[in-house]
Design a protein around this ligand. Structure first.
Ligand code: GRF
Length: 205
């Protein structure tokens, strides 16, 4: 199968990025990570990428002056690497119409809660504080809203009576590390069909 060129956008530790790299290197994911882009210079994920010989870029939002100009800078990098699919893996900025328009239905995001519950920047914290008995994570296509795009996959993470916030989050992250590559694989296999809000998963050929 032809490998899909992907870019991974991050803001932090990059454990989801690592799971993608590991599955790519072990031959379990038909992708090539062409580049990793972060809006934070200190993001550990940049180091992870470099360790694996992947081009890693810090694109500083400050000198860009606007969200739009920041995205122009990111789009230049994506063009340079001929990226087909953009994966947001802990990227903490909202995308503008410019980027979404250019990569319509080719940007996916992992969110650490069962959308539409607890959108925003602190899915784990919000779910934990609310006291839900079941949470989980969601991989979805990105549209103009905040965590509102069509849902590709969801996995549940039940909260046990003896959980602490840390144990809940740690288990959730492990689930994320499985489900994000799974969604990427479905994309690469051409098995995702968007019909309005619904994403149909086509059977394997
Ligand atoms: C993950 O929980 C992801 O769902 C959220 O940010 C976190 C990123 O973790 N959007 P990491 O950088 O992949 O370790």
């Amino acid at each position: 199968m032809k490998k899909t060129s992907i870019a991974v956008l991050i803001s932090g530790s990059g454990t989801n990025l690592q799971s993608i790299i590991d599955k790519m290197e072990s031959g379990h994911l038909p992708v090539v990570v062409r580049c990793v882009i972060s809006d934070r210079e200190s993001a550990l994920g940049l180091e992870r990428a470099r360790k694996h010989g992947i081009s890693a870029y810090f694109v500083d939002p400050k000198p860009c002056g606007s969200r739009d100009a920041h995205e122009v800078a990111i789009l230049e990098i994506l063009d340079k690497h001929d990226v087909e699919l953009v994966v947001l893996a802990g990227y903490m900025r909202l995308l503008t119409g410019r980027m979404i328009g250019r990569y319509r239905n080719r940007i996916i995001n992992i969110h650490p809660a069962l959308l539409p519950s607890f959108p925003g920047t602190d899915g784990y914290g919000d779910a934990w504080r609310y006291g839900v008995k079941v949470s989980g994570c969601t991989v979805h296509f990105v549209d103009e809203g905040c965590d509102t795009g069509p849902i590709i996959l969801q996995r549940v993470n039940p909260i046990e009576p003896d959980d602490t916030f840390e144990s809940f989050r740690e288990r959730g992250l492990k689930i994320e590390h499985g489900v994000l590559p799974e969604a990427i694989r479905l994309y690469c296999e051409g098995r995702l069909r968007i019909e309005g809000r619904k994403v149909q998963i086509l059977p394997k050929e």
